[in-house]
Design a protein around this ligand. Structure first.
Ligand code: ADP
Ligand code: MG
Length: 454
């Protein structure tokens, strides 16, 4: 039996899904009386297939050939041309630019420490052996250097393998380009761009696709098509594949097939070196004490560190004086104040205002009137009653002082006291209508409790 015939028969004996998801790269590398060697796309797919389908494939092959052959799985070795492409020809061609790469984000300008070393070397490794670890999945919090590494890959390949077509795209951009394709009824063009005209696809911030099933499905097919033609894919995310729980399982299992590495928050020593490197990149003199001060006081998001350093540069250009520890302190303090403002946004005062607002809205809705009616001078019965109920709820549920209520409703003190008394009296007399309305409002407030902690 010929190798090709065997692979065709194997295919017709396997489920179509299994074949399409796992076995499109399968080839028979060797076939004799004793054994069959089945080649698969790369090490990871080989391991996965062997583990999941190894015994089924053996059984099927034995049935097809009618002989108890030994079945061996191997990764298909990377071809010479592919390797050469990476080492680069002696005479360099002009790189074909599919994407712009930030010239500052290089492997050289990336400082390594315990927190990011593995991610750094993995990124370098896929440049040197494309297709070997596929996909490479890098995850880590915001501002820890993921985008920097993707651009470093782009810059490195432009320099060392100018014939490779390297494309960088954020997941958001991928979606927008796909939407454009759909709108223009020209998905062919879109697919051409992402599936055929690419040797190296770098996808940033893939977590953006959470909940976007159609785009995920398109990404899955893009992924398969590149993967099967042994093109390298690198994906960054601020969640682990596990945490992308709502992603389609087949996409997750694709992600997990390759190499997964993370970037952790840098320790102080690494942050210090990063501060020095960032300053060097913009030709700013940063003394050791200032770099150390920044490493200690700016939080782990390295964008903030960069922000602080850019600010220092600006300040020293304006003042003409070199950067010193005093100017660093001023900048760090103003950054802290900005953070404190964010916290104050959720301060008790603000929360109180939000709660008051919610109660007003609920009362207006319950009485079927407009919010602004409550603050008008209208004496219409419904409106007057709504105002009284509102005053009552402010007093009993929100525990506001009468003085504050009168301020909020812009009614005088005695009117407020009178309103509250009136509602209390109605309830005491068993007024069902008022009782029901108040209960409805309170129930709805309960529903909002999670947000408002009333
Ligand atoms: P992410 O994409 O993970 O949110 P970025 O790659 O945008 O983070 O990094 C934020 C900033 O920190 C960038 O200016 C980047 O150059 C810088 N940076 C991150 N990690 C390092 C590092 N190890 N060495 C030097 N600069 C770094
Ligand atoms: Mg990023």
């Amino acid at each position: 039996m010929e190798k090709q015939e065997l692979i065709e028969k194997l295919r017709s004996n396997m489920s179509r899904d299994t074949w399409n998801n796992w076995l499109t790269t399968a080839q028979i590398l060797e076939l004799d009386d004793k054994k069959v060697v089945v080649g698969l796309g790369n090490l990871f797919i080989k391991e996965a297939v062997e583990k999941r389908f190894g015994s089924i494939i053996k059984e099927t092959i034995n049935n097809i050939t009618g002989k108890p052959l030994e079945v061996i799985f191997k990764e298909i070795p990377i071809s010479k041309e592919q390797k050469n492409a990476v080492n680069g020809p002696i005479i360099k061609n002009r790189p074909l630019k599919l994407s712009e790469f930030n010239p500052e984000f290089t492997f050289d300008s990336f400082v390594t420490g315990n927190s990011n070393r593995i991610a750094y070397y993995s990124a370098l490794e896929v440049c040197k052996n494309p297709g070997k670890y596929n996909p490479l999945f890098i995850y880590g919090d915001v501002g820890l250097g993921k985008t920097h590494l993707l651009h470093a890959i782009g810059n490195f390949l432009m320099e060392n393998a100018p014939d490779l077509k390297v494309k960088y795209v954020t997941a958001e951009d991928f979606m927008n380009q796909m939407m454009d394709g759909i709108r223009a009824s020209d998905m062919e063009n879109f697919r051409e761009r992402f599936r055929r005209n690419v040797d190296f696809l770098l996808i940033d911030d893939v977590q953006f696709l959470i909940g976007k099933n159609t785009v995920q499905s398109e990404l899955f097919h893009t992924f398969n098509s590149l993967f099967n033609s042994r093109k390298q894919i690198v994906i960054c995310s601020d969640r682990t594949p596990d945490e992308l729980a709502t992603f389609h399982p087949r996409l997750i299992s694709r992600f997990e097939m390759g190499l997964i590495t993370d970037i952790q928050a840098p320790d102080k020593a690494t942050k210090y070196l990063i501060a020095k490197k960032m300053a060097q990149m913009i030709s700013l003199q940063l003394t050791d004490d200032v770099a150390y001060y920044l490493a200690e006081h700016v939080d782990k998001n390295l964008r903030k560190l960069r922000g602080a350093i850019m600010n220092l540069l600006l300040q020293s250009q304006i003042s003409g004086a070199p950067v010193n520890i005093e100017s660093a302190k001023t900048i760090v303090n103003s950054m802290m104040r900005m953070n404190a403002n964010k916290v104050r946004f959720q301060s008790p005062e603000v929360l109180e205002t939000v709660k008051i607002d919610t109660v007003i809205d609920l009362v207006a809705a319950e009485f079927n009137i407009n919010r602004k009616d409550i603050f008008s001078s209208s004496r219409k019965k419904e409106i007057a009653l709504a105002r009284q109920v509102l005053a009552y709820l402010f007093k009993t549920t929100m525990k506001l002082k009468t003085k504050d209520i009168s301020e909020k409703l812009d009614k005088n003190h005695s009117t407020i006291i009178h309103s509250i008394k009136k509602i209390e009296h109605s309830l005491l007399m068993g007024n069902e209508m008022i009782k029901n309305k108040i209960n409805n409002i309170k129930n709805k407030l309960e529903d909002e409790k999670g947000i408002l902690t009333l």
